[in-house]
Write a protein that binds this ligand. Structure first.
Ligand code: NAP
Ligand code: ZN
Ligand code: ZN
Length: 349
């Protein structure tokens, strides 16, 4: 079946309206009418080929929410009309140790929601800036928020899980001081989630004008990182730092804020490397520098359910599909509070 989508034909071309094909649902597939799709900085990195290996045409989008339109004969978990989500992956090998551990995100055969390998036309996956998607039920999530919050749930599917997973893995919670660096799409969710987990939250931003917002999002303290004195006051105070910054920067400025045995987790994925940190900054306090990529399906469901119970959604600005190129420019300038979400009804306009 043919559906409307928004994507680019080359790295130096703007996104434009296009028709794409979706496969007919197989026995284990769920066909989803997409209601909203969040706009992640990874969409921009990919569609502009800032990371290696972008395939064109490229239809980004991996913060997908909508309603089940039809299900294959063997689907057991979902029925027509259910509110569902799809995040950053639509398949994996399903039998390796990572898949068996529910960490399909680390499977070597993980298939991204866009730019992933598939036998469907055109030979790579096409993402959520589209009217519909067809996904194996194992990679579909249940949305338990009230329907009126659906648009603001979309960013949980990437920004939410990408911050949730390291916060959980490194035990954010009561008695822990957690830093969140970069108050964009990921960072604003990191603040909300770390706060809801019971941690003491310190937000780090380059933008003086985000100070009040960061407090409203749940930060106990806000540090403008250009303020050397304010940075110095955080020295050796933090147990964990989740660093979401999408550009190369001085990691030592943050490593020196960790306590003994503290960890800084990099989730921001800049297209060129950070300057190497000072080894002495790590060995002196047995500090760790780590990375983390999205999250597995079971922990994504756990995060969505936690957010539904705690009333947590993203702060969003809704856009029409034809505003996406302007939205990318605003995202590059840090001018988004705090996630753009595409209203899929505007794809056909
Ligand atoms: P975003 O909304 O653009 O937010 C990034 C934030 O980083 C900005 O709001 C800004 O916050 C800060 N920042 C940007 N440029 C900076 C610079 N030159 N120096 C210092 N701070 C800067 O992006 P996002 O969607 O949250 O994504 C962030 C990064 O995570 C991207 O690289 C994305 O590809 C990556 N990502 C990784 C995963 C994963 O699985 N690991 C998943 C999703 C996304 P302030 O204004 O507060 O300083
Ligand atoms: Zn993303
Ligand atoms: Zn696997």
């Amino acid at each position: 079946m043919t559906v409307k989508a928004y994507g680019a034909h080359a790295a130096d071309k703007p996104l434009e309206s296009m028709d794409i094909a979706r496969r007919a649902p197989g026995a284990h597939d769920v066909q989803i009418d997409i209601a909203y799709c969040g706009v992640c900085h990874s969409d921009l990195h990919t569609v502009r080929a800032e990371w290696a290996g972008t395939l064109f045409p490229c239809v980004p989008g991996h913060e997908i929410v909508g309603r089940v339109a039809s299900v294959g004969a063997h689907v057991t978990q979902y029925k027509v009309g259910d509110l569902v989500g799809v995040g950053c992956m639509v398949d994996s090998c399903r039998h390796c140790a990572d898949c068996e551990d529910g960490l399909e995100n680390y499977c070597d055969g993980m298939v991204g929601t866009y730019n992933g390998a598939t036998t469907d036309a055109p030979g790579h996956t096409l993402g959520g800036y589209s009217e519909q998607i067809v996904v194996h039920e194992r990679f579909v999530l249940r949305v338990r928020h009230p329907e009126e919050q659906l648009a603001a749930v979309a960013p949980l599917l990437c920004a939410g899980i990408t911050t949730w997973s390291p916060l959980r893995h490194w035990n954010a919670g009561p008695g822990k001081t957690v830093g969140v660096v970069g108050i964009g799409g990921l960072g604003h969710m990191g603040i909300k989630l770390a706060r809801a987990m019971g941690a003491h939250v310190v937000a780090f931003t380059t933008s003086e004008n985000k100070r009040q917002d960061a407090e409203a999002l749940g930060a106990h303290e806000v540090v403008v990182s250009r303020d050397a004195d304010a940075m110095a006051r955080q020295a050796k105070k933090l147990d964990l730092i989740v660093n979401t910054v999408a550009a190369p920067h001085d990691l030592d400025a943050y490593l020196s804020l960790l306590k003994r045995d503290g960890t800084m987790v990099l989730v921001g994925a800049p297209s060129s490397p950070h300057p190497s940190p000072q080894v002495f900054n790590l060995i002196m306090k047995r500090r760790a520098l780590a990375g983390s990529m999205i999250g597995g399906i079971p922990e994504t469901q756990e995060m969505l359910d936690f957010c539904a119970v705690h009333g947590i959604v993203a702060d969003i600005e809704m856009i029409r599909a034809d505003e996406i190129n302007a939205a990318y420019e605003r995202m590059l300038q840090g001018d988004v509070k705090y996630r753009f979400v595409i209203d899929s009804a505007t794809l056909a306009a």
